[in-house]
Design a protein around this ligand. Structure first.
Ligand code: VG1
Ligand code: CO
Length: 546
């Protein structure tokens, strides 16, 4: 069978963002759109000897357009000479499971079909990202090469074959290429078993421990059912919204306090379960809520790092911690106490890859509810829930007790993120440009009683390969360690989303029980005063507060 060479022309706007290419489904469904991007990936990453003998891993979060996209990728992979495509049954594969499978089966890389926390359905978003042989998101030098290729592409290769049956696990043939349809949970489950004390977790559930896990109609459903209710014996009903649906039941699969409000309300009500948790569209994020206490993701990162040694995989200790720049310094305090290095990277998991590969860090995290470790090269939602469970099983305390003891030992970094979604792109640019132009004059100024210690545009030099990433967010730091960060999102698909990250350190345990919006009220109004948020955006308040 000879592949068809389809002539095409470049399509503008295919620059991958924080995590792959994300657009409205309608845009992806335009003629040649997805094919142009996939061929650009193949062209950008193709080894000199071609793809002969190599394996591509494929799967997605089950959103609308997942299946037609998977069929197209298979026909294009065959036409481009791959030896094998390993695709999750029904086209399903969570992002951390994809990372696990790429590593375990020594694949060349993988394509993950997901727009993660963005809404789904025919009117919603679709996305695609390439992960390299280490299982991690393509670093900037690769995404830059992919983008450059989208601007010059003139043809793509396609094998003209009928649809492949993805509904059953089987080994099939597409031209000269093998297609292996596999169980998307099996390898991931095996990895989790090797990291955590499943016996102790079984005992925990047998003793009446109650977990409420909200899969948000997204990809973690099948994983969570098998692991929590199957392996660990949690009662049926522990997993909520556990069947992936193409439009995520009409909700945003974003585990925050707005979109996971039902879970939050449940956890704040009398008789709440012991642990509430949720994940996002592609299964790489985690939301952690104790009975009566929401654990901010930045705090969760610090608490997991401080307690990781209680789980078998980390018994020998961790070697270092990395956090994205806007994430609070709570993890830094843990690293300092443990005498470990703590790295500050730009937003996006791709920046952790080198540090993990070089063995410089064990645990990484982002304020956006992403936590992970060296077990894969992606953030991992269910891993974080299992680590929390393992810690709870060993410490025999509530989430709230563990959090309070943590703050008493390290102090509390009060933290909040305010998102202004879908604002006009030019207003967002104007706000950032205006603040950038005033950064140099801010240090030394006293604003609302606070002295500005530094103000800069964050730039990161990767300590492993020396690559530099600039313009990663505007930071204003104060003499008492408080900080305000302004960034524009790189995952949204309509207009611009402004994220404002606000943090203040409180050492006094007598003041660790204040509602974060109150504890940060002064800085919140200062954030508006410094950047003119209301004036530029015309918004009176943020759309989402975390
Ligand atoms: C957001 C988060 C970032 C995360 C990224 C991908 O990016 O802030 O921390 O890595 O989403 O997460 P941005 O550019 O919109 O702020 V996921 O779970 O959507 O793949
Ligand atoms: Co995600």
């Amino acid at each position: 069978m000879t592949p068809s060479i389809i002539p095409t022309t470049p399509i503008a706007g295919m620059k991958p963002g924080t995590s792959g290419l994300r657009k409205k489904v309608a845009e992806f469904a335009r003629p040649h759109y997805l094919a142009n991007f996939v061929q650009s990936v193949f062209d950008a990453v193709q080894p000199e000897a071609g793809f002969a003998g190599l394996t591509l891993v494929l799967g997605g979060d089950g959103r609308y357009y997942n299946l037609p996209a998977a069929q197209l990728v298979i026909r294009m992979a065959a036409a481009n000479g791959f030896a094998r495509v390993m695709v999750g049954q029904d086209g399903i594969l969570s992002t951390p499971a994809a990372s696990c499978v790429i590593r375990k089966h020594q694949a060349f890389g993988g394509l993950i079909l997901s727009a993660s926390h963005n809404e789904g359905g025919p009117q919603g978003d679709f996305g695609i990202k390439f992960n390299a042989a280490n299982g991690g998101p393509a670093p900037e030098r690769i995404t830059d090469a992919i983008y450059a290729r989208t601007l010059t592409i003139s043809e793509y290769r396609l094998l003209d074959t009928p649809e492949v049956d993805l509904s059953r696990c089987a080994t099939l043939q597409v031209g000269a290429m093998t297609v292996e349809v596999f169980d998307p949970v099996a390898d991931y489950l095996e990895l989790m078993r090797s990291l955590f004390d499943f016996e102790a977790l079984r005992k925990l559930f047998a003793g009446g421990f109650r977990l409420a896990f909200d899969a948000m109609h997204a990809v973690t459903g099948p994983y969570a059912h098998r692991i929590f209710e199957g392996e660990l014996g949690a009662p049926a009903g522990t997993v909520r919204n556990g069947t992936p649906s193409p439009d995520f039941g009409g909700h945003h699969p974003d585990p925050n306090l707005v979109h996971a409000k039902d879970l939050y309300d449940l956890m704040m009500a009398p008789g709440a379960p012991d642990l509430g948790a949720a994940s996002d569209g592609d299964g790489d994020r985690n939301l952690i809520i104790g009975r009566g206490l929401f654990v901010a993701p930045s705090d969760s990162l610090a608490m997991l790092a401080a307690n990781a040694h209680l789980a078998p995989a980390y018994r020998g200790g961790i070697v270092g911690i990395a956090r994205s720049m806007p994430t609070s310094a709570a993890a830094d305090r843990v690293a300092q106490a443990m005498g470990l290095p703590c790295y500050e990277t730009p937003t996006g998991w791709k920046y952790f890859g080198n540090l993990l590969d070089a063995g410089r860090v064990t645990i990484c995290g982002e304020e956006s509810a992403g936590t992970g470790s060296s077990h894969v090269r992606e953030k991992d939602g269910l891993w974080a829930v299992l680590l929390w469970l393992n810690i709870l099983a060993v410490r025999q305390q509530s989430v709230a007790q563990i959090a309070r003891e943590h703050w008493a030992a390290y102090g509390r970094n009060y933290y909040t993120r305010h998102d202004y979604e879908a604002i006009a792109s030019d207003s967002a640019q104007a706000l950032m440009a205006s603040l950038t132009s005033r950064l140099a004059e801010l240090p030394g100024q006293v604003l609302a009683g606070q002295t500005v210690a530094f103000a800069d545009d964050f730039s990161y030099a990767d300590p492993v390969d020396g690559s530099v990433s600039s313009h990663q967010g505007l930071r204003v730091g104060f003499a008492d360690g408080s900080r305000i960060v302004y960034r524009l999102s790189g995952t949204g698909t309509s207009g611009a989303t402004l994220r404002v990250y606000i943090e203040r350190f409180e050492p006094d345990p007598a003041r660790h029980d204040v509602e974060p919006q109150l504890a940060l009220a002064g800085l919140i109004s200062l954030a508006d005063q410094i950047a003119g948020i209301r004036q530029h955006t015309g918004r009176e308040r943020p759309d989402v507060i975390t």
